[in-house]
Structures are given as C-alpha cells and as structure tokens.
Design a protein around this ligand. Structure first.
Ligand SMILES: Nc1ncnc2c1ncn2[C@@H]1O[C@H](COP(=O)(O)OP(=O)(O)OP(=O)(O)O)[C@@H](O)[C@H]1O
Ligand SMILES: [Mg+2]
Length: 344
C-alpha cells in the first residue's frame, strides 16, 4: 500500500488527515511531508488546530477521532502496538516545563529519571546530558542545584535537553518561546537551530512567534483546521506580487477613503494599513508601477511625507495570507446569505 512506501529520509508523512471530536470537525484534509533534518514552523491563530495535529503525531489522540494516512518515523500512530516505538523515536517538549521537569530535583537527577524510562545506560545518559547542557549554555553551577532555582530561560533550555536526551529523530516543541521575554526569545530559537544542525534532529515548532520562521526550513500556515500553505518562508514571500517588494508610504491624515482610492489604482494588488498614517502597498511590476503610483498620489494632493521600499518579511506574508483567506470566506458567506435570502 502507498502508506508503507516510506522513503528513507521521510520522517513524518501526513496524508488527508481529518480530526473529528463528536460533531466538531477540527482538522480538515491536511497533507504534508517532512524530511530528515528539516525544521518545520507551525503557525496559525489560536484554535487553528496546530496542537491537535501534533497530538495525532505524538500518539495522544485515539484513532476513533481521526482519519488519514499518518507515518511518524515510518510507523503509523493508528496502531496502538506502534506507540511505544514511536514514543522512543520522538521527543516532546510541552509548553509548560512544569510538565516534564521535577522542580525539587536537580537537572542531572531529572535526566536520570527520564533516561531510566527509556532504559538508557546511566553513564551514556550523563555524557549526553553534559553535551546537551553545554550546547544549550546551561551553566555548570546549576547542574547539581534544584531546578526551581534556575532562571526561566534556563528551565526552558533544560526542558529541551530532556526532550532530546534519548536521541529522538523528531522533536516536537509546543510554543517554546511563549512566556520567554523578548530579548531571550531569539536565543531560544538560535539554540534550537544549533541543536538541529549539530544533531540533525527533525523539529516541529508550534509558535505564535512569527520571527521563528527565520530558523525554519518550511512553514506550515493553518487556519480553522485547514493547511493553507506548506513551503519555505522564502518561496511563500516570493509568491507575493513582485516577489514581495513593498512600498511603505506615510500620508498625512490617512483615512479609509484614501486607502480605497489607492487600492483602486491599476496594478495595485494589496494595501495594508501598518500604522496610523502608514500603508504598505504591493503591486505587480514594482519598478515600473511605483513611480506611476507616486505621481498619482501627488496629483491627487495626498500629502505623502515619506516613502521607502522594502521586502515583505514572513510576518507580513502571514498577515496578508490570513487576511486573504478571511476575505474569501466573507465573500462566500455573503453570497450564501444572498442565495439563502432569495430562496426564502
Ligand atoms: N479534545 C477535544 N475535544 C473537542 N474539541 C477540541 C479538543 N481538542 C481541541 N479541540 C478544539 O479544536 C480546535 C483547535 O485546537 P488546537 O488546540 O489544536 O488549536 P491551536 O492551533 O493549537 O491553538 P492555540 O494557538 O490556542 O494553542 C479548538 O477549537 C479546540 O477547542
Ligand atoms: Mg496549541
């Protein structure tokens, strides 16, 4: 059968996944493939189904609630008999460190407890722990102190080390940067990238932090249980008009009327309000049309007080893509409403 034809370096394969709880259809026909060593970012506003998909992959959802062909390290979570093997092949770092750390014990004892459940040799576990603690900059003087005395960032990094201690092929991280202060968030992401590069661990990172796309090979964008996109962040940005070139324009007394007028101008694809008096404009054939647009603005006496060019980042792409989907849905709902009204 198709599903057993798992090429050597495919770590996770998801085909036509649906998740249904009672009458609630949570995940709709989701398909994607993840190769060994890839870092996948899962993005989507709250309730999009990110955690639910990861729960299927990590054997936490009963088969009666889902359908589709799913393989994790070549094994299907649909069979209970596969669960212990899958769980030894993967690591899971929960959102709250509380769930995988014993705060009253020291980091090394935490390691011993976790590795004993995998039947790992004590000496080997200690060596692996030391290696991971060093990569993750967990200060040596904390290794023998109680976890509760560690800082928030150190606890988070220890939690990651525990998730990796049994050399999992795939590591699932549910919101690793949530609750970490802004200045430390980037550190966590660069530690994850470093782990990925040094250990070749495939990673799934669920996050609301759109900056995380910087360390991701592929980004999955989910909305209301549907997978809108699954591609490299760069390809997604390049799919925007003019490969994502934007004109950032500040206009005195900017209002909806002005925005509408600009939107109607030929070749203008998107106008986003990004500040009180600032818009970002995406257009086809940027180099050719930008001067024309500027001329049009001056002719209309719009008081442009600054203009700069930029390239959309992943945050902007995400905003545009979600907005686009909302517009499609609004149009659909409106036409259904009209049709419904006609038939009554
Ligand atoms: N066991 C369950 N029974 C019923 N509904 C559920 C169950 N688990 C999740 N849901 C619903 O599925 C939807 C998706 O939830 P999920 O936790 O996957 O979202 P998420 O994308 O991870 O959101 P967040 O960013 O807030 O963590 C939500 O509407 C949630 O209420
Ligand atoms: Mg979640």
């Amino acid at each position: 059968m198709e599903t057993t034809d798992n090429s050597n370096n495919t770590m996770v394969k998801v085909e036509n996944l649906d998740v249904i709880f009672g009458k609630k259809h949570i995940v709709h026909d989701v398909s994607f493939n993840v190769e060994e060593g890839e870092v996948i970012g899962m993005f989507g506003i709250s309730g999009a189904g990110k955690t639910t998909i990861i729960r299927v992959l990590t054997c936490q959802i009963e088969k009666k609630n889902w359908n589709g062909n799913v393989l994790v390290t070549g094994l299907s979570p649909s069979k209970k008999g596969n669960h212990s093997k899958i769980l030894s092949n993967i690591g899971y770092v929960p959102q709250l460190e509380l769930l995988n750390l014993y705060f009253e014990l020291n980091p090394m004892v935490n390691v011993e407890i976790f590795t004993s459940t995998y039947g790992m040799d004590k000496k080997e576990a200690k060596l692996t722990a030391e290696k991971l603690f060093n990569i993750l900059d967990i200060p040596k003087d904390t290794w023998k102190k109680r976890v509760k005395k560690m800082s928030g960032g150190e606890k988070k990094r220890l939690s990651m080390a525990i998730g990796l201690i049994h050399h999992p092929q795939v590591l699932f991280l549910d919101e690793p940067t949530t609750g970490v202060d802004a200045s430390k968030r980037y550190d966590i992401l660069s530690y994850l990238k470093k782990l990925n590069q040094q250990l070749n661990t495939t990673m799934f990172i669920i996050t609301h932090d759109l900056e995380a796309a910087l360390i991701c090979d592929k980004s999955a964008i989910l909305r209301e249980g549907k997978l809108l996109e699954f591609d490299t962040p760069q390809n997604l940005i390049n799919s925007l008009p003019s490969n994502g070139l934007v004109a950032r324009i500040s206009i005195e007394n900017l209002n909806q009327e002005i925005i509408k007028t600009i939107h109607k101008y030929p070749s203008i694809e998107k106008v986003l309000r990004v500040g009180n008096e600032t818009i970002e404009v995406l257009m086809e054939d940027f180099e050719h049309n930008l001067p024309k647009l500027m001329k049009f603005l001056f002719e209309n006496n719009f008081k442009v007080y600054s203009m700069s060019r930029d390239v959309a980042n992943f945050r902007r792409y995400f905003q545009i893509r979600i907005q686009e989907e909302e517009e499609i849905e609004n149009r659909k709902n409106n036409s259904e409403l009209m049709n419904g009204g006609d038939s009554q």
